[in-house]
Design a protein around this ligand. Structure first.
Ligand SMILES: *Cc1c(COP(=O)(O)O)cnc(C)c1O
Ligand code: SF4
Length: 366
């Protein structure tokens, strides 16, 4: 008999002492770090770290660098300012983030929402009713992104009760679930879960993988199960120093995701979160990675690279400049290999050509 996800979770390394012992860290220091942000690692992922090393280790094993509090903010994206009720972030016109669980299978040391995640007082079950009520009262909300924490840490029954109530709201067109369980706790994706989710289509899932070594036989089985339930799968990756700040590693990750039926969706520039400065890379590194993807591999393997603007401006795409110049006569373009091409503009009669903001804001994908 395969171990259930609940049993796997119960066996997690969940105290600073256990984690310090397992990885040979200083116990007092591990305790100090855990006071700032919860520590926990599933046995499955701890074993994977042993086999694969640093890029996986850095993501979940507490590091004294987290105690450096001089750079960054607790809530750099100002999510709390766009929070009409504690469980909802309503920033964009037609969609909301709905935070339904404070729990995760393992805790990413770079988590953007570490001010809330892992803290039952911050993301409390009693906030769920208020969130559903808010969404029901706002007809402009046609897309609900169920997040947290990790929504798949809820039982099937509790998750289904949320999905059912959201589906009953006529203006909610699509549901999305964000989860890192296929990476940390692939046992969570049971046939029963997939069968339950299937009842609430159109439902999308965004998963979170940061390194090609995270895609194992177990996670592939979990992802296939979701895809077989007709759930379109996307992936969100965070650009992290010492994890995936390398064009070859990123390319391999994106390609490998496609083999397990996951379409790369976003690469995030690391947010300016307190205690995560050691994970941040330059923006040039992100641009270099995007340049190494577009044209050099399948277009399906190319996600958007975005910076979530500090202060609450939302996600802003950063695109390498393929547009060299634009005039009434012609557009000069640079292709993926760096060669220049000229596209002649259509001849205009009387009306003047509309002004277009050049270069950087041009979307990479139609
Ligand atoms: C990321 C995000 C969304 C979803 O954005 P998409 O670009 O539609 O995936 C919605 N609300 C908030 C607050 C977000 O941060
Ligand atoms: S799984 Fe997501 S919410 Fe949970 S700790 Fe990692 S980044 Fe944060």
């Amino acid at each position: 008999m395969e171990e259930s996800w609940q049993e796997q979770l119960k066996r997690s390394l969940r105290s600073p002492e256990e984690i310090a012992r397992f990885f040979g860290l200083d116990i007092a220091e591990a305790k100090r770090i855990a006071r700032h942000f919860r520590v926990q690692i599933t046995p499955y992922f701890a074993e994977l770290i042993k086999a694969k090393g640093a890029p996986l280790y850095r993501q979940v094993v507490p590091d004294p660098a987290e105690l450096d509090e001089y750079e960054g903010a607790a809530d750099p994206l100002a999510e709390d300012e766009d929070s009409p009720v504690p469980s909802v972030v309503h920033r964009y016109p037609d969609r909301v983030l709905f935070l339904v669980s404070h729990l995760c299978a393992s805790y990413c040391r770079f988590c953007t929402r570490k001010r809330k995640v892992g803290d039952p007082g911050q993301i409390h079950p009693r906030f769920i009713d208020e969130g559903i009520d808010y969404i029901a009262r706002h007809p402009e909300v046609r897309d609900v992104i169920i997040s947290g924490g990790d929504p798949l840490l809820l039982s099937d029954r509790r998750l289904e009760s949320i999905l059912k109530r959201l589906r009953a709201i006529p203006h909610v067109e699509i549901l999305r679930v964000g989860t890192r369980t296929p990476c940390y706790l692939p046992q969570r994706i049971t046939p029963e879960l997939a069968a339950m989710l299937k009842k609430y289509h159109p439902l999308y899932i965004n998963v979170h993988f940061n390194h090609p070594d995270e895609i194992t036989e177990e996670s592939a089985r979990a992802l296939n199960r979701l895809a077989d339930a007709g759930i379109p799968l996307g992936n969100q990756t965070v650009l992290l120093k010492g994890v995936n700040d390398d064009p070859e590693v990123m390319k391999r990750l994106m390609q490998k995701l496609l083999t397990v039926r996951v379409r790369p969706y976003y690469i995030y520039q690391a947010d300016c979160v307190k205690g995560t400065a050691h994970f941040r890379t330059s923006v040039e590194k992100g641009i270099e990675i995007m340049q190494a993807l577009r044209g050099w591999t399948s277009g399906l393997a190319v996600p958007y690279y975005v910076i979530d603007a500090p202060g609450g401006g939302g996600k802003i795409p950063i695109v390498p400049s393929y547009l060299q110049s634009i005039s009434d006569e012609q557009v000069v373009l640079r292709n993926y290999a760096g060669d220049l091409y000229v596209y002649p503009q259509a001849r205009l009669k009387k009306k003047k050509r509309p002004r277009v903001t050049p270069c950087y804001s041009a979307p990479a994908h139609p």
